[in-house]
Design a protein around this ligand. Sequence first.
Ligand SMILES: [Zn+2]
Length: 292
Amino acid sequence: MIKIGDIEVHRIERKRSSIHPRRFFRIFGAKLMANLGWLLPNYYDSPRDMFPASIHSWLLKTPTHTILVDTCTGNGKPRPLSPYFNMLDTPWLERLEDAGVKPEDVDLVVLTHLHVDHVGWNTRFEGGRWVPTFPNAQYVISHREYEAQDPKRGAAKRSEAENLPFIDSVQPVIDAGKARFVESNETLLEGIDLMPIPGHSPGMIAMRVQSNGEEAIFGGDIAHQPIQVAFPDWSTIYCSDQKQAALSRRTMWDYCAMQNCLLLPVHFGWPYCGRIGRRGNDFVFLPHHQEP
Ligand SMILES: [Zn+2]
């Protein structure tokens, strides 16, 4: 557990995973090799030539609210285009309960963006249909992201298989009247607001938390790996606008370094979160060595 002022933060894991440097970033080995001094052993698994990664959600217990940031991949969901996410059966809900939270306790589900690995537990299959997993929660979705991923609008040219995550994990929440559509810079609660970080997806948002003089950014997929702290211009092959993603990342690194924020993304491997420091004109990753 991590404390940010008066707020408790828990990490709810779906899976440890790994990312292939060249397939994911199309980066050149020379730059990787030049950074081995700080990447080894935690941020680059040299024998396997892989970056250790994770898929998780962040759970926040404030003095007044229970908030979940992103909902991983869900169970029993057909994903014909992604064998890695297809028809999963994982104990993610049990892990949430291990952290002392039942689905009905969650007040807010903040979705940084609407990709397959961030919306899955929005719903579960009950009575022959997909229903909201968190019956008392508002699901926070940025207008811009909704418009971009909606199969009737921004995603109209995608196949039904590509749109399945929206169809079974986002639309049922909207149909149940549980969606709270927001602007990308809206204030959600006192001390908790949103920041626009477009690029990886068109309407991606970060959630900023300020409590008792401490500050943290729940950054979704602003970066997938610590090496992107040193190389903010490296976007992934999955970013819808790589240049914009790099711009959002550089702006965020500047902000985090200035404010000494703890950055909590969704896919960093152990130790899962950290701060951003400056060394001359460069950014450096300062890991947070406290098990979340
Ligand atoms: Zn992701």
